[in-house]
Design a protein around this ligand. Structure first.
Ligand SMILES: Cc1cc2nc3c(=O)[nH]c(=O)nc-3n(C[C@H](O)[C@H](O)[C@H](O)COP(=O)(O)O)c2cc1C
Length: 185
C-alpha cells in the first residue's frame, strides 16, 4: 500500500513538510510513504496547454497520484485558504481524474491557535468536487512551532494523532479496494 504525501508549502523549514517527514518515519512495511514536495515545478494551470501539449511534469504528477493508493495532503493556511501552489496542482489534477475515488487524508499545521482549519475546510470542499474520498478524520496542529522542532513532530500526542490519521487512511484504502472489487464482480 503506497501513500503519496503532497505538501502545499515550499518553505524549506515548513511545518507542514515536517508532518510529511514524520508520517514517512511512522510508516512501516507493508505500507510505504513517498513524498512529493515538488509542486512548484508545475506551470500555472492553463486549459489550452492541457489540451494542446500536456507538460511532462504534469503527466508525472498525474502518474504519481494515479499510482498511489491514497494521498496525505498537508496545507499551510494563507489568507484563510490553501496555498496557490497546492490549488494549482489540484487544477491540473481535475482533468486527469486521478483523484476521483482516491482516499485522501488532510492535515494542516499553523503557528496560530486555529491550526489551519480554514485551509483544510477549503481543501476538503475542492477535493469533494473532484470526487476524492476525503476521510472524516483530519489532523490539525495548532501552535505548531511548539510541537514541531527541527523539521519533525516532537509532541507525542501529535505524533499519535498523525499515526491514527495514517491508520484511518489505510482503512479507507482497504474499503475503496473492496468497493472496486465488488463493482468489478
Ligand atoms: C501571506 C501569509 C498569509 C498567512 N495567512 C494565515 C492565515 O490566514 N491563517 C493562519 O493560521 N496562518 C496564516 N499564515 C501563517 C502560516 O500559517 C505560517 O507561516 C505557516 O508556518 C505556513 O506553513 P509552513 O510552515 O508549512 O510553511 C500566513 C502566512 C503568510 C506568509
Amino acid at each position: 500500500m503506497e501513500i503519496l504525501g503532497l505538501c502545499g508549502s515550499l518553505r524549506s523549514r515548513s511545518l507542514n513538510a515536517a508532518l510529511l517527514r514524520s508520517a514517512a518515519e511512522l510508516t512501516r512495511p507493508p505500507r510505504a510513504f513517498v513524498v512529493d514536495r515538488g509542486l512548484d515545478r508545475l506551470p500555472f494551470f492553463d486549459a489550452e496547454v492541457e489540451e494542446s501539449a500536456l507538460p511532462a511534469v504534469v503527466a508525472e504528477l498525474r502518474a504519481a497520484v494515479g499510482a498511489a493508493d491514497g494521498l496525505l495532503i498537508v496545507t499551510p493556511e494563507y489568507a484563510h485558504g490553501t496555498s496557490g501552489v497546492l490549488k494549482n496542482a489540484l487544477e491540473w489534477l481535475v482533468g486527469g481524474g486521478e483523484v476521483d475515488a482516491k482516499p485522501v487524508a488532510l492535515a494542516s499545521a499553523s503557528p496560530a491557535v486555529t491550526g489551519g482549519d480554514r485551509a483544510r475546510a477549503w481543501l476538503a470542499e475542492t477535493l469533494a468536487v473532484m470526487g476524492a474520498r476525503v476521510i472524516p478524520r483530519e489532523l490539525r496542529v495548532p501552535q505548531a512551532t511548539l510541537k514541531i522542532v527541527d523539521g519533525r513532530v516532537t509532541d507525542e500526542p501529535t505524533r499519535q494523532d498523525l499515526a491514527g490519521l495514517l491508520d484511518d487512511l489505510a482503512r479507507a484504502v482497504a474499503e475503496a479496494r473492496e468497493d472496486s472489487d465488488t463493482l468489478a464482480s
